[in-house]
Design a protein around this ligand. Structure first.
Ligand code: NAD
Length: 443
């Protein structure tokens, strides 16, 4: 039998919570403006599980279903203090306008003061990792050791200036070029040496992640670049007992894929091909137009189906799936992405069928609530003494981080159940297994 570990003791969410976003683009500005609007009662936090979700406790007949935010001691939105880094010098007010996600009169002007107050610190930035960004609010062409030290100083200053109790770092920066874990990422000694040698396999996202861990800040990664997902930083997060999670917000097409994929699988329907194409015209789309940056995204998007469908166990159904993902930069659409899926399936006796899904979504409107939940849950995990990979936050990611050798769980509803069971465990409530024999036992 598997045993449940003892319930952790959770420190109260006293004091202010600092949130440092790496990148102050579409997602970060939509997140910040949204939280400021919600705080003032000017909008609803639609899409956020921490703000709107309920959790069932005990038996179905018990009638106990509190809001998650009333059940677990989350930080209050009023206690959040924002900070950011970005190579563009625009404050959050300008960034929100430039991103073109929110309607100015409706959702920017009412919180203009709060947005103006978030001014990006010079970024640890290197165009080698992100060629399509051309901006100069950066630390300049300094070596990697200097970048690391400056990020650490920025965090310390932010903490002191605002008298913060805790700080969470949230990567909302651009997707960097594809880097595979290599010798520099294996242990602290090699990692430190590689920083001193300005090794090209040490990307800025890794320096931010390393600085976060050293400064005791939980780190979440909304993009597919490695950042904290290397052996050295995973181990360090565990050793220092700092929560980490990633990678890549699961917002549009992959969200759909992790619902439809499991549906085909549980019904034992076969899959011949899945063609996914996207058009989007925001800065993210522009960055992903570069093949080296797209490769990072592609890896994160492609892995999902294979894990869900397990072709090695079901070669007849899934042994020969043609899976293709394209992202096309198309400026007229701005942040309003269109994701088409052409899905070729087969049923009883092999008869072919097709599904077409056309998701006309708003990228950052889908991503912002995920970023908020990740910030609040990472802070909760930190106060509960949970360090290292937070697999229960897989719910939010396209490429969830897992312990080495463990395959990730991609099915959205398994992820959701896992998240809620983790909250129940944290608060000393029974796990819900859905066995349900108790409803049919003799009275
Ligand atoms: N919006 C979504 O639905 C979604 C879903 C999944 C993942 N993502 C990822 O989230 C990230 C942010 O998306 P976005 O739409 O806000 O993009 P964006 O281009 O609007 O914003 C990213 C910002 O990061 C900044 N940046 C780049 N390198 C940096 C560095 N080293 N330090 C500090 N800032 C840096 C850029 O200047 C830019 O302003 C992207 O990597 C994207 O791929 C977004």
């Amino acid at each position: 039998m598997l045993t449940t570990p003892p319930t952790p003791k959770i420190q109260p969410a006293d004091g202010k919570l600092g949130v440092l976003t790496v990148g102050l683009g579409a997602v970060a500005s939509t997140l910040i403006a949204g939280v400021e609007l919600v705080k003032r009662g000017l909008a609803e936090p639609v899409g956020s599980l921490t703000q709107m979700g309920h959790i069932r406790l005990g038996k179905r007949t018990d009638g106990r279903s509190p809001l998650i935010k009333d059940f677990v001691p989350l930080a209050k939105l009023e206690d959040i203090v924002w900070g950011a880094w970005d190579p563009f010098p625009d404050d959050c007010y300008v960034a929100a306008q430039r991103a073109g996600v929110l309607e100015g009169n409706k959702h920017i002007e009412g919180v203009a003061d709060a947005l103006r107050a978030v001014r990006p610190m010079p970024a640890a930035f290197d165009r080698h990792y992100c060629k399509n960004i051309d901006a100069d609010n950066t630390m300049g062409t300094v070596d990697k050791r200097t970048m690391l030290n400056r990020i650490r100083e920025d965090i310390q200053r932010f903490r002191e200036q605002h008298g913060l109790s805790r700080v969470v770092m949230m990567w909302c920066g651009s997707t960097e070029i594809f880097i595979e874990p290599g010798p520099a990422h294996m242990d602290l000694e090699s990692f430190e040496k590689a920083i001193d040698a300005n090794d090209p396999t040490i990307a800025p996202s890794m320096l931010y992640a390393y600085a976060a861990l050293l400064e005791n800040c939980a780190f979440n990664n909304g993009a597919p670049n490695l950042a904290v997902d290397t052996p050295v930083l995973r181990k360090l997060a565990t050793d220092l007992n700092v929560p980490i999670s990633g990678k890549d917000f699961k917002t549009g097409q992959t969200l759909v894929k992790t619902v439809i994929g499991p549906m085909l699988k549980v019904r034992m329907l076969g899959l011949a091909g899945w063609y996914s194409t996207n058009i989007l015209g925001n800065r993210d789309g522009e960055v992903l137009d570069d093949p080296e940056n797209f490769k990072t995204k592609e890896e994160s998007k492609l892995g999902v189906l294979e894990n869900i469908l397990e072709p090695e166990k079901y070669p007849t159904l899934y042994g020969d799936v043609y899976h293709k993902v394209r992202i096309n930069y198309y400026p007229p659409r701005g942040d309003n992405k269109e994701g088409w899926d052409a899905i070729d399936i087969f049923g009883w006796l092999g008869y072919p069928m097709q599904m077409k899904i056309d998701f006309l979504c708003r990228d950052s409107i889908l991503a912002a609530p995920l970023a908020l939940d990740l910030i609040l849950f990472a802070d909760l995990a930190h106060r509960a003494g949970l360090g290292g990979i937070q697999e229960w936050l897989s719910f939010y990611y396209k490429a969830p981080q897992t312990a080495p050798g463990l395959y990730p769980e991609h099915d959205l509803f398994i992820q959701h159940t896992k998240l809620k069971n983790t909250l129940r465990w944290m608060m000393g409530e029974d796990q819900i297994t859905h066995l349900g024999r108790e409803y049919y036992e003799e009275e």
